[in-house]
Design a binder for this molecule. Sequence first.
Ligand code: FAD
Length: 559
Amino acid sequence: MKVRNEQSDILIIGGGAAGCYAALTLGEEYPGLDVLLADKANIKRSGCLAAGVNALNAYITPGHTPQDYADYAKADAAGIVREDLLLSMSEGLNEVTAKLEKLGLVIQKNPDGSYASRGWRNIKINGENIKPILAKAVLDQSNVKVLNHINIVDYIVTDGQVRGAWGIDLNNEEIVIISANAVICATGGAAGLYQPNHPGTSRHKMWYSPFNTGAGYAMGLRAGAEMTTFEMRFIALRCKGTIAPTGTIAQGVGAPQVNSRGEKYQDKYGNTTAERLWAVVKENLAGHGPCYLGTRGITLEQAAALERAYLNMAPAQALFWRESGLNPRDYNVEIEGSEPYVVGGHTASGYWIGNDRSTTLPGLFAAGDVAGGCPQKYVTGSFVEGEIAARAAAAFARQAGKSGIDAEVQETIVKEVEAFLAGNSEGRYTVESLEEAMQQAMDEYAGGIKSHYGYSESSLKIARKHIERLARLSDELRAADFYGLLKIFELRERLLVCRALIAHLAARQETRWHAFGEHLDYPERREDFKVFINSRLEQGEVKIIRRPLIEQESKEAVG
Ligand SMILES: Cc1cc2nc3c(=O)[nH]c(=O)nc-3n(C[C@H](O)[C@H](O)[C@H](O)COP(=O)(O)OP(=O)(O)OC[C@H]3O[C@@H](n4cnc5c(N)ncnc54)[C@H](O)[C@@H]3O)c2cc1C
């Protein structure tokens, strides 16, 4: 077994929006520190930004303040947010936007030169190339070394402190052991836990990046980090068949949701992100579906603008209109909900962190979709969190001093990898069969599409039993090569995230967010659940911890 050792002052795991921005910050502000960024893909086109985006969803337009943004996100999440995190994120949004524009991102402008906005907190960009722009800026930093195609599997923790991580190099088929004085986790959220709405051979056609498998959550759980609010799942309302975002149409041309009778129904259900999805579920159940975005009658210019916007992010939608002839001027656009995800950039799930993005494990920081408590951060919020985490990690690394990895730790890692490569798995289960079983169990018993996102105490118990059994079976999987190893590790991290998610869903005995957390035994909100549901893995069991909400002490002081 080939083993390679690497050393750095700061290790960044995941080179997406947050990880790349952290690397950029460390490159520009801390040239004396050695930085290593490891990504399982190639940072030029990895993570959520791989295909581009057509808007920066989080921006403070003139006449608004960071406090307005924090208030909006708090209301959308029915109060279960960390206001301190929301504010520190919101305060940096415009600065990181200006930085990206300087790096070459095209932001659409009004005739007077101001940014063209979509509503009060969202600006339009030509963002197909946002990831290559960001990657180039990182690669230009002389103190940042990028390791592509390294799938990080676990942290290395000694004496309670995170001192590095290990992973597998997919191209060179070797184990990589990286020691670092501080580690930033930026691996994004978790997709592929539930049966997707495109099963079969296209089951990886999903809204969220299918390569973000919840590795950061799983590593954190295994190392004993505290997590928060997994039970606030994110379910995307999307254009049917193409999974293209609906906000582009809803905000872009002001198209309302309508049912098959042509009725506008949204007011009956409320207008938060979760309620817009829930409205579709309810109308379908009432026999009023399918549901649509009412685009019929938009102008030629509006239709052309929509097509352009989708070409920057979800070209399938533009192609669908062209191929089918169902253009949005004459036909409303059908919408549906995706399967649920755990995504801290849209909801509040992830690591429980301090305002400096430090986790509960010394030496470990978290940013972007993997970090909890701060929903609606999107691309720009992930950049800001990357910047904050980078500065805090730099301060930590400087005082922590160099640390090495001892031989015993290395031996344990090699044994773990070798066990999955020993023998063959013929006649046993395959990764695919266990993954499908996991997705089916989650779909049927933990509130997937099949149950219209609802679950109960008894269904969650069944889900838990299935997931625990599948986790045990996954011990027996064997890989023929390093790609096979990657698939095994991905499945195992998804299974652990499922376990934690089920525990969180069961612990929140209320329905605070329709569909995102639809507890059928407790269909109403409950005052005694205005708390954070947190968790930690202790002796193999997910232990639930209730924490009070952290209210901002003085809005005036920070507004
Ligand atoms: C389809 C889609 C469209 C979106 N559209 C918009 C939009 O228009 N506007 C907007 O503001 N926001 C949008 N968002 C949200 C935004 O893209 C995300 O919030 C943001 O990219 C999150 O950044 P991140 O760094 O946390 O995750 P990512 O950018 O996904 O980066 C995670 C990185 O971690 C790597 N990784 C994962 N696991 C491992 C591992 N084990 N080892 C090593 N590396 C690993 C991945 O390869 C990836 O590079 C969209 C999201 C999606 C999915």
